[in-house]
Every structure is written in structure tokens, then in C-alpha cells.
Ligand binder design. Structure first.
Ligand code: NAP
Length: 640
């Protein structure tokens, strides 16, 4: 352990610490409640007397030892001499993460244009915050129209070469990118937790999920098959090639800072397209790190560009450019509609993954444990901030009370905390606006007669933390039923019959995901086929995978991501009709003797040529004849 000179040490209990460290611990502890990892890392109770500013001591030995290089903000561990307990201080952990990320080259703050890390041309920056603490994590370039146009030009130039690289080569590059994403799973997960807030375990899960699209599409790159169509004329051949659409503009939201990017960029690159990515200004750091790894993987400079900053200016530049042939967007329905309208001016291909309003239907015959577990997963993942989150829990009256109690009990156990807190399942909401939206929806429901069964208010942790909430007696006309709450609130609505449940479920403009819980096989098929949704989970709350098509119907979007169908979004069909001049028969070589050459006149179109070549014989010769009548005639004088 290196702690520097003695003058910099302070004595705490029986241990020495650097003065600077003690001071930083003090200020940290005085400004925020201590909710760091030590609570769950210490297996024994902590004694207040020995609990000093984020450090802890063993409840048995009342002693701790100190490991790590605190002066450099490396990981700090406190362990009692007997090894009874250990704790980590999250402030140091965080400092260590950002330092490590910076030194590994993964904490990028500039945009990426043509393979070069680039500042905004006017030098503007925007702050990226940790939603759990409000802390500024980085200042990133705040770009606009000019930078976007340059990124488009670089993507266009690179498209010319990248689209001609063999599928096998593209596949190798993508595979390498996948390997790097997985090799840096921890760091990328930490970045996601820092800028988006989701618990570290869930964030690392997102990295694996996001990387799986790159791996899947690395394989699909080799399977961009064309087609051969039976021709309508005998001397014709018809075939179809599938070709990359061109430069792609990919606009992504904050709730999955990595996966929403790889789900688009993976198939685009696999098909031979190049991309200009616009991540959310709230979570650009993960996108930039992923782009850095794409360069390290050998994906050519210019194939992946990242621009962030002024969203409407960037969006308008992507829409206006005739070089951008495709817009792929994930985000709110309102912005999706704007982009779709804007894409009309240059007739671009568009795919949209928009908002949902997922019903989660619990029938009387559901297995209660399965239904509770599935609803928890479908509702509370990412603190309720996913497009496929169960937005309305429709519960049949026969099981309503039992289910409401069991769900409330399960939700009560969801530990809320900053993403690095050991055991945290629920992180903060993304920002104040999101928090206020959840509050408004809950208040409106309560004012109209709904009952708070659990939670229903801001969490004592402050910032944007909201208590995991269950609300009973919600009605179809309340905001909680009509719009996406995008927060940790499960609204329960009662229904009597299967028909009523189907009607309630379909009574929305959204059509992304739906869930049903039942043990009746006939009902499973009947209801899932009657639901107007792009994705249906039966007795399952987690339904997204790279091998199945993901996407919505109605106003939840257009097109599909993931699976072999995800490739179609980045390909055009080009059809070719080949006319084989002179008929479809193969030329035959026949041996002709001059003296046996008969006189004949050929009337077929190319006969002149054949005749000329035959008539010019000066000696015995092999001759190729493609005119059918001429060949038949010549056959008659072929020497034996
Ligand atoms: P959002 O406000 O629509 O933003 C999405 C992206 O669009 C962000 O990068 C945003 O940039 C950008 N943007 C905003 N206005 C724009 C404009 N005029 N032109 C071009 N780009 C513009 O959505 P969000 O709040 O980030 O995400 C939540 C929504 O996404 C929810 O409705 C959720 O259901 C939906 N979602 C859908 C899926 C799906 O697969 N269907 C998946 C995830 C999320 P800035 O952030 O920089 O402003």
C-alpha cells in the first residue's frame, strides 16, 4: 500500500489514511446520504462509532485493513484482519472508473467523423450527467448541421468501398467488434450505469444483449442471398440481387445506450451500408466508446460516424441529404412521425421503433408465481423505462386480490439505489422531467379514484429516484392507461371476461409488446393471435432476443430489428433481366469439310455472321455455330 508522506496521513481508529482522502470522504458523506456498497459488502453489522465517512469496520473485530492505492483513486477495499468483512467506497469506485475509462481510451467526448475524433466546429460542448447524483461526467462536443453534413460525406465516400468488400471480410470485422465489446463488457456496463443510471448488473446485461446483435449480424452478412426467377421468354434469365441501401442515419434513445445502436449498426454494416449515428444527448458516452471499439476492430474509418448535440439540426441535415438513403429511428412516437414526414422529401427508406403501451394480462387460471415474476420483469426492468415495459396490468377479477398482494410484496423487495450499489435492482429515472411525468400520472389516477397499494411517491434517496409503485383500481380513461408512464409504476386494471381483456388491450394506438399469463393452451393461442401487437410474451416477461424480429404495429412503428428479417431494412432488391443474344442454346463445335460444304441460305438474324465464317473456310476446320437451322444443316455434312 502506498499512501505517500507521513504529513499527508490522518489517523482514523487504528488506521492511517491520506489527509486528502479523509477530506474527500468527509465532503462526500456530508453532502449525500451514505448509500454506497459497504452496506451489502459488510457481512457483519457496522458500529456507528467505527463508521467513518464511508469506511466501515467489522462488527466482530472492530478492525479493518486498507488495500489499494487511494491516492490514485484505485479500487479501495476495506477488510478486517480476519477477513470477516469488506467494503468499497463508491466515490472512489466511480473516480476509478472514469480514470480507467479515460486511460483505456473508452471515455471519448468528441464526435467521430471519417475516423477522426472531432470537436464541434464552433467549440460548443454539452454536459453529460449521472442521473443518480447529478454529477457532471463529461463535456461532449455539441454538434449540428455542418458536422452532420461532413459525417454524411465521409459515410458516402466509405460506402463506395465498404459495399464492395466481400461479405466474409465484413463478417470478420463485425466478429472482431463483437469480441471487443465483450472484452470490454465491464467498462461499457460502467459507462451505461454512469450516464443512464441502470444498475451495473443490468447494464452489463445490456452490453451482452447489445453485442449479441453484432455477433448475429456478423453471421448474417454471409447469407445475403439473391434469387433466380423463372424467365418469361426462352432466351432470358431473371435474377435478383440484394444490395446495400447506402448511407444510413441512425437516431437512438437514452434508455438502451448501447443495444439500440448495435441493433441498427450491426445489420447496416453487415449489408455493406455505412452509418451516421446520432445518440441521445443524455447518453452519448456509451455510443462513443462503442464507436472507438469499431475502429479498433478494423471497421474502416468513415463506416461508423457519431454526431451528437443539437437534435433537430442533426435530424434535419440527415433528412435533407439525398446521400442518406435510410433513416432508422428508435424513440418517441412524436419524433418518429416528424422524421417519417421529413424523409418523404428525398423518399428515403424509413424504419421506426416507437413508443408502446403494453398490456400485461393475468387470467384467473394463471400460475401466480409465474405471473408475478413475469410482471416484475416486464414492468420494472430499467426502472420501467423500456418501450416494451408492461404499461397496464389487466387482472381478471377472480385472481385480482391475490395477484395485487403478491405483486406488491414482490415489488417491496426491489432494492432501490445508485447503480453501483450492490444488490440495487431499481436505479434513478433519467431526469427531472421523467420524474415529474410519473408523479403527474400517479396523482391524476389517485384523484380519479385509483388506490396506491405500494410506493406512490419520490424515494427518500432524492434526485430522480421514485419508489417502485403498485396502483390498484386504475381505469382505462386515466393517463396511466392511455400513455406510456416510463417509470416504476404498475397500474392494475380489473376485467371480467377474455373478450373484455382483448378489447381493453387493443384499445390503443400503440402495438409494440403484450404479455399474457395463463395455463390454458387454447386461450394462449386465441388471445395471443387476437392481440394487435408485434411481440407477445406468454408466461414470460422478457421477450427480446437478437434471433427474433422486434418491432411494433399500428403507431408503434415500421419495420423489424434483429433476426434475419432485420437485414431487410438495409437492403434493396435489384432485379436483372438478361437477354442472351442468339438464343439460349449452347454453341456446338462441329467439324466441317470444305468440299462437303453445302450451299445454303440462312434467314435467321445472326445467320450472316455464321454464313460468313463458314464460307470463308479454306481448309477443314472446327467451327462454332450458334444458329440452330444452320447448325442442323451443317450437321448433315459432318465427316464421319
Ligand atoms: P425521443 O425524445 O424521441 O428521442 C429519441 C432520439 O431522437 C434522441 O436521440 C433524441 O435526441 C432524438 N431527437 C429528438 N428530437 C429530434 C428531432 N427533431 N430530430 C432528430 N432527432 C431527434 O425519445 P426518448 O425520450 O429518448 O426515448 C424514449 C422513447 O423511446 C419512448 O417512447 C420509448 O417507448 C421509445 N423506445 C422505443 C423502442 C422500440 O424499440 N420501439 C426502444 C426504446 C425506446 P436528444 O436525446 O439528443 O434530444
Amino acid at each position: 500500500m502506498t499512501l505517500g508522506g507521513v504529513s499527508r496521513l490522518a489517523l482514523v481508529g487504528s488506521r492511517s489514511f491520506a489527509t486528502s482522502q479523509v477530506l474527500s470522504m468527509h465532503s462526500y458523506c456530508f453532502t449525500r446520504p451514505i448509500i454506497t456498497r459497504q452496506a451489502s459488502y459488510c457481512t457483519h453489522s457496522m458500529d456507528d462509532k467505527y463508521f467513518f465517512c464511508g469506511c466501515c469496520c467489522c462488527g466482530i473485530c472492530r478492525d479493518f485493513i486498507f488495500e489499494g492505492d487511494c491516492l490514485n483513486y484505485e479500487l479501495i477495499e476495506f477488510k478486517c484482519a480476519a477477513g470477516h468483512s469488506e467494503c468499497l467506497m463508491s466515490m472512489e469506485v466511480k473516480s476509478s472508473i472514469t480514470d480507467k475509462l479515460r486511460s483505456s481510451g473508452l471515455l471519448r467526448t468528441q464526435g467521430l467523423i471519417g475516423g477522426k475524433w472531432t470537436d464541434a466546429y464552433d467549440g460548443k460542448t454539452l454536459e453529460v450527467h449521472n442521473p443518480a447524483t447529478g454529477e457532471v461526467l463529461a463535456d461532449v462536443s455539441c454538434m449540428g448541421q455542418k458536422e452532420t453534413n461532413d459525417a454524411i460525406s465521409s459515410a458516402y465516400d466509405t460506402f463506395i468501398s465498404w459495399s464492395k468488400v466481400t461479405a466474409a471480410e465484413r463478417s470478420k470485422c463485425l466478429r472482431k467488434w463483437y469480441d471487443l465489446l465483450m472484452a470490454h463488457k465491464e467498462e461499457l456496463g460502467q459507462l451505461i450505469t454512469l450516464e443512464q443510471g441502470k444498475p451495473l448488473k443490468e447494464a452489463i446485461g445490456e452490453v451482452s444483449y447489445g453485442a449479441s446483435f453484432v455477433e448475429f449480424f456478423a453471421e448474417e452478412a454471409k447469407r445475403v442471398y439473391g434469387d433466380i426467377i423463372p424467365a418469361t421468354l426462352p432466351d432470358r434469365r431473371l435474377f435478383v440481387l440484394r444490395q446495400p441501401v447506402g448511407v444510413v442515419g441512425a437516431i437512438t434513445p437514452w434508455n438502451f445506450p448501447l443495444a439500440m445502436i448495435t441493433r441498427k449498426v450491426g445489420p447496416a454494416l453487415a449489408c455493406g451500408c455505412t452509418v451516421v449515428i446520432k445518440p441521445s444527448e443524455l447518453t452519448p458516452l456509451t455510443a462513443l466508446a462503442a464507436a472507438e471499439l469499431s475502429l479498433q476492430a478494423g471497421i474502416p474509418p468513415g463506416a461508423v460516424n457519431v454526431i451528437m448535440g443539437n437534435a433537430p439540426a442533426i435530424g434535419d441535415a440527415l433528412l435533407a441529404s439525398p446521400q442518406v438513403r435510410k433513416i432508422t429511428f428508435t424513440g418517441s412516437t412524436a419524433v418518429g412521425k416528424k422524421l417519417m414526414a421529413g424523409a418523404a422529401a428525398t423518399v428515403k427508406k424509413v424504419s421506426l421503433e416507437l413508443g408502446g403501451n403494453a398490456p400485461c394480462i393475468i387470467f384467473n387460471d394463471a400460475d401466480l408465481d409465474v405471473a408475478v415474476k413475469g410482471t416484475l420483469a416486464a414492468k420494472f426492468r430499467n426502472s420501467g423505462q423500456t418501450c416494451v415495459c408492461a404499461n397496464r396490468v389487466l387482472v381478471q377479477e377472480g385472481i385480482y386480490e391475490k395477484f395485487a398482494n403478491a405483486l406488491s410484496k414482490a415489488v417491496q423487495n426491489l432494492k432501490v439505489g445508485e447503480g453501483f450499489t450492490e444488490g440495487a435492482i431499481q436505479g434513478p429515472l433519467i431526469n427531472k422531467a421523467a420524474l415529474e411525468k410519473v408523479e403527474t400520472f400517479v396523482q391524476e389516477a389517485v384523484s380519479k379514484g385509483a388506490k396506491v397499494l405500494l410506493g406512490g411517491k419520490r424515494h427518500s434517496l432524492g434526485m430522480t429516484f421514485y419508489e417502485p409503485t403498485v396502483i390498484g383500481d386504475v381505469k382505462s380513461d386515466m393517463l396511466l392507461s392511455r400513455e406510456e408512464v416510463f417509470g416504476p409504476v404498475a397500474p392494475l386494471l380489473r376485467f371480467k371476461t377474455e373478450e373484455e381483456a382483448i378489447h381493453m388491450a387493443n384499445d390503443t394506438n400503440a402495438g409494440l409488446a403484450a404479455y399474457i399469463f395463463t395455463t390454458n393452451v387454447q386461450r394462449t393461442w386465441r388471445v395471443s393471435e387476437a392481440l394487435e401487437y408485434g411481440l407477445v410474451g406468454v408466461n414470460e416477461g422478457l421477450i427480446s432476443t437478437e434471433v427474433a424480429p422486434f418491432g411494433g404495429v399500428k403507431q408503434s412503428g415500421l419495420g423489424r430489428e434483429g433476426s434475419k428479417y432485420g437485414m431487410d431494412e438495409y437492403l434493396e432488391f435489384s432485379s436483372y433481366e438478361i437477354c442472351m443474344l442468339g438464343g439460349y442454346e449452347q454453341k456446338l463445335t462441329v467439324e466441317v469439310r470444305r468440299q462437303s460444304l453445302p450451299r445454303w441460305t440462312c434467314n435467321s438474324k445472326i445467320a450472316g455472321r455464321e454464313k460468313a465464317s463458314v464460307l470463308s473456310f479454306a481448309f477443314d476446320v472446327n467451327v462454332e455455330v450458334s444458329c440452330k437451322p444452320c447448325r442442323q444443316l451443317l450437321r448433315s455434312c459432318v465427316s464421319e
